[in-house]
Ligand binder design. Structure first.
Ligand code: T46
Length: 133
């Protein structure tokens, strides 16, 4: 599956920690959009879609959450609980985010501007889409 966990370098000193992310360095694509999910209702599932061409880096910068990843063949669940760790998710991966801890903040760096046409929100359609490629 085209998913990698990336450990970012933290610049720590006696004042605390700082992580800097730059396109084509820590982030392997041009960053066109940043958004974050916070104040998540307990017990909900977010995501439940795939992207046709979008690449993303997901970082849980506070608290924790789980991400179910599915490429149409294999499934795996990743726990994000460390602000130094990014999850690089490429296109054509079904994802579901769940088990958000209270106060969790999930930030996403994305390779494209928002485009609803890039989403596949129906799982049966997703399975057909990946099988056809
Ligand atoms: C993804 C996961 C990790 C916008 O207006 N602009 C945006 O850039 C985004 C991402 C969303 N929206 C609007 C569209 C919906 O009315 O915000 C609302 C919630 O979006 P959505 O239901 O897609 O949120 P999630 O958390 O299910 O999914 C989001 C991203 O959409 C998606 O790309 O991979 O986070």
């Amino acid at each position: 599956m085209q998913v990698d966990k990336v450990l970012f370098k933290s610049c720590g000193d006696n004042r605390g920690q700082l992580i800097a992310l730059e396109e084509f360095k820590e982030i392997p694509f041009s960053i066109k959009r940043v958004y974050y999910v916070y104040d998540t209702t307990q017990g909900v599932k977010r995501g439940c879609h795939a992207h046709k061409s979008l690449e993303q880096m997901l970082i849980c910068i506070h608290g924790s959450c789980k991400i179910l990843l599915d490429d149409g063949v294999e499934k795996e669940t990743v726990l994000l609980s460390d602000p130094r760790v990014g999850l690089h998710v490429t296109n054509r991966i079904w994802r579901e985010m769940f088990d958000f801890s209270p106060g969790a903040v999930l930030i996403v760096l994305a390779s494209k501007l928002y485009d609803e046409n890039d989403y596949i929100r129906d799982y049966v359609e997703f399975k057909k889409y990946v099988a056809a490629k």
